[in-house]
Each structure stands twice: as structure tokens, then as C-alpha cells.
Design a protein around this ligand. Structure first.
Ligand SMILES: Nc1ncnc2c1ncn2[C@@H]1O[C@H](COP(=O)(O)OP(=O)(O)O)[C@@H](O)[C@H]1O
Ligand SMILES: [Mg+2]
Length: 253
């Protein structure tokens, strides 16, 4: 049986009178590429904020590898292996590409620095950063100031920053947002490579339905805060309710 790495039970988030996430039971298999789709305002980002620890749920439970992590604070969740993608605004614009990724690796290292360990550790973080940059296809651009990167490369840099923190699960919220459509396939190749070669579990929110249908192993459809349907891409594309509530003209089988 496939192992469930992440699970929510009746997870709920209310903002005043608005129920943004409505008693969601989500089950994510270890090593899967699992997409969450749904119209704007469906609660996808709020769900990620709950899982990542950016928001506290109104009620419900989050379990990671069977352990209740509902009350574990944000920074500890990163150490447990949940990686939430950083926004472009979290990139230090005046540092180089490599420095940005090395800092992320360093921030995860729990050791206290002293003169003896400093140099060796520094090298380790730098190697980890180089590996992450290679994985996303930014090798050769290590010394560029981050703000000189074109938009598509900035999204790759965000992924490298995330990878440098060694997450087991990556929460990617619309990683292709703002990218020119011809650049999207390349980013998706990177995401698939991270998934396949890196053995990572990926939870993906993505609005490009062709991409979602192509790369997902499992899809959860959210609508008005609740799960409307779940299944393989084929099952979701053929689901009448999903077609009516969301896919409509976006995607036809
Ligand atoms: N911090 C917040 N305060 C109040 N309402 C919020 C907040 N964040 C999200 N919402 C509301 O919760 C609902 C779900 O939003 P969101 O999770 O961003 O949806 P999605 O990512 O699927 O587009 C929306 O109605 C949104 O306006
Ligand atoms: Mg969103």
C-alpha cells in the first residue's frame, strides 16, 4: 500500500464569516505529484498556508508521516521537510544567484558557527547550493546578481532556494505565474525532474490545465473551500461535476 506522507483531517479556516477551507480531508501519497486545482478563491492558497504553517487553522488536524503537526510553528515545519515556495520578493536582489541559494541552505543548518567549523560548513552549503542550481538548470549563472535574471529564471531560482533547504514535500503555488507561456514547459520539466530524480513529493497549484493534466499523478479539485472531486487526470477531465464547476472551456478531454 502506498504510504500517506501528508494528511489533513477536517481542516478548516474561517476568515470572519468566510469559510476559506471547509473541513478538507486531503491525503498525499509519498513521492506523488499531486495537483490541487479550482477556481480563484477556492481556498488553494489558504490550504497551502495551513499546511506550511503560515496560518493557524480554525479547526482540524494536519499529520505529517502520521504525526500531528497542527501546532508546529512555521520554522519547525521546514525542518520537518515541508518546503513552501518563496515568493520572488524573498530573493535578495543584490546578492548573486549562488549567494541567495547558499543562504537558504545555511539557514537550514542548525549548527552554531565558530572559526574551526566555519570554512568547512561554508563549503558544504556552497556545494548544496551548486547542486540545487544544477537541478533547476541555472548552472553557469551562479555569479549573476539575482535581479539581473529574466523572470523565468527567477522562478527557477525560487525552486533552487527551496531545494537547498532539503524538503521532502514541496508546496508549489502557481510556480508559472507571470511567465510567458513558451517558458512554462521548461519550468514544468524542472518540476518533473525534481519529482522523478529527486524522489520528492510535490503538491502543485497550477492554473494551466494542459500542464496539470500532463504532469499530475493525482488531482484534487477544490470549490468554495471544499473538495469537489479527486482522481487521476483522466478521471477529473471526464468528471461532469468538475466540468460544470470549473473546467468548462478550460479543458476538454
Ligand atoms: N488573509 C485573508 N483574510 C481574509 N480573507 C482571505 C484571506 N486569505 C484568503 N481569503 C479569502 O479566502 C478565500 C480563498 O482564498 P485563496 O485561498 O487565496 O483561494 P485560491 O488560492 O484558491 O484562489 C477567498 O475568498 C479569499 O478572498
Ligand atoms: Mg491562490
Amino acid at each position: 500500500m502506498d504510504e500517506i506522507i501528508l494528511e489533513t483531517h477536517k481542516l478548516r479556516k474561517e476568515f470572519g464569516g468566510l469559510v476559506a477551507v471547509n473541513d478538507v480531508d486531503l491525503r498525499v501519497k509519498r513521492g506523488s505529484l499531486h495537483s490541487i486545482i479550482g477556481p480563484n478563491g477556492a481556498g488553494k492558497t489558504t490550504l497551502f498556508n495551513l499546511i506550511g504553517g503560515n496560518l493557524k487553522p480554525t479547526s482540524g488536524i494536519i499529520r505529517l508521516r502520521g504525526e500531528d503537526i497542527t501546532d508546529v510553528p512555521l520554522h519547525r515545519r521546514a525542518h520537518l521537510g515541508i518546503g513552501r515556495s518563496f515568493q520572488i520578493t524573498n530573493i535578495f536582489p543584490n546578492l548573486t544567484v549562488l549567494e541567495n541559494v547558499r543562504l537558504a541552505a545555511q539557514a537550514m543548518g542548525s549548527d552554531t558557527f565558530n572559526l574551526w567549523t566555519h570554512y568547512r560548513r561554508f563549503r558544504q552549503y556552497e556545494e548544496k547550493a551548486m547542486a540545487a542550481l544544477e537541478e533547476v538548470g541555472l548552472s553557469g549563472k551562479e555569479q549573476f546578481p539575482a535581479n539581473m535574471l529574466p523572470h523565468g529564471d527567477k522562478r527557477k531560482l525560487e525552486l533552487a532556494i527551496l531545494l537547498a533547504t532539503d524538503p521532502e514535500i514541496l508546496l508549489l503555488d502557481e510556480p508559472s505565474a507571470g511567465m510567458a507561456s513558451e517558458q512554462v514547459p521548461e519550468l514544468m520539466d524542472v518540476i518533473m525532474r525534481i519529482h522523478r530524480d529527486g524522489g520528492k513529493t510535490i503538491l502543485l497549484v497550477e492554473h494551466n490545465m494542459n500542464v496539470v493534466m500532463n504532469i499530475s499523478e493525482w488531482i484534487t479539485v477544490m470549490h468554495q473551500g471544499a473538495i469537489l472531486a479527486e482522481g487521476t487526470p483522466q478521471e477529473i477531465a471526464a468528471n461532469e461535476t468538475v466540468q460544470q464547476a470549473y473546467l468548462g472551456e478550460l479543458y476538454k478531454l
